[in-house]
Design a protein around this ligand. Structure first.
Ligand code: AMP
Length: 279
């Protein structure tokens, strides 16, 4: 695997690849890699001739400085894991490489997506996320961009923004990789203590209950879910049954055939988000 720490090194590697007419798959991450990230790399490797992964903890998408400071950074083990799955190029830039003083971020219109669920809870988060994804796409110039369903709102916003980016990119959504007990893998999970880790799988169990046909309407399910999670000492930020395209809440189960149940809770020191698709 080739490692580029500067934009110059990255473009030299990409010029070489483009000479060979490679199709490029790109997997942007913030590091502290786990099997969820590696599944995205594997998928990109299967569908492209060259896979680029980036590791960049983007300061502009953190609305809480303490969260940014505590974000796990595990460069050595990340490199080892990427080498094991035979990722082709790792782009590992500094903040100055991604945001040189001369670079001005375009203003993107995030529409209603910025004021619901994660957008409501983390003001400014998606503006920063859109900024970094656009910047990275301009640097890497991939044919395909791989993002996880785990961050459904992030994925949906990028899908909404691709026409505004004006880039010819295919966006691919990869399924959520879970621990054996159902907990969605996340770089933040390492910060859970033993007791918190033991109750965390209740999130997925509660999500899957939405499939059981026992709730007359989505609101009744959401009330049930909140009670379940709060009983387990989680602080629930939201539970919503939404239309997968708009991410807006639905009132009746048959309002749309493409639904998702989305949840965010605070458990001990961290926020956990998860979702499932339901028909
Ligand atoms: P992050 O490093 O958290 O910014 O995540 C980088 C990419 O990996 C994003 O597109 C995430 O949605 C995706 N991702 C994170 N966790 C998982 C998971 N458990 N399964 C699949 N993809 C994931």
């Amino acid at each position: 695997m080739k490692i580029a720490r500067t934009n110059e090194q990255l473009s030299a590697l990409l010029v070489e690849a483009k000479k060979n007419k490679a199709t490029i798959g790109f997997v942007p991450t913030m590091g502290a890699l786990h099997a969820g990230h590696l599944a995205l790399i594997e998928q990109s490797k299967n569908e492209n001739t060259l896979t680029v992964c980036s590791i960049f903890v983007n300061p502009t998408q953190f609305n809480d400085a303490a969260d940014l400071a505590k974000y796990p950074r595990t460069e050595e083990s990340d490199i080892k894991q990427l080498e094991e799955v035979m990722c082709d190029i790792l782009y590992l830039p500094s903040v100055d490489e991604v945001y040189p003083v001369s670079w001005k971020s375009p203003d993107f219109n995030l529409g209603h997506f910025d004021s619901i669920m994660e957008g409501k809870m983390r003001p400014g988060h998606f503006k920063g996320m859109a900024q970094v994804v656009y910047r990275l796409l301009c640097l890497v110039c991939p044919n395909r961009l791989y993002m996880g369903q785990k961050d459904l709102q992030q994925f949906t916003i990028i899908k909404h923004l691709i026409p505004q980016f004006g880039l010819d990119i295919e966006l691919v959504c990869a399924p959520i990789v879970r621990e054996e007990d159902g907990l969605a893998m996340s770089s933040r999970n390492v910060r859970l203590n033993e007791d918190e880790r033991a109750i965390a799988p209740l999130i997925y169990k509660t999500l899957t209950a939405a499939n059981s046909n026992t709730f007359k309407d989505p609101q009744i399910y959401c009330d049930f879910a909140i009670t379940q999670l709060e009983h387990a000492y989680m602080k629930v930020e939201y539970v919503e049954v939404v239309d997968r395209k708009t991410l807006l809440p639905i009132k009746n189960w048959n309002d749309t055939s493409e639904k998702a149940v989305c949840v965010a809770v605070q458990l001990g020191p961290i926020r956990l988000i998860d979702n499932i698709f339901i028909d």
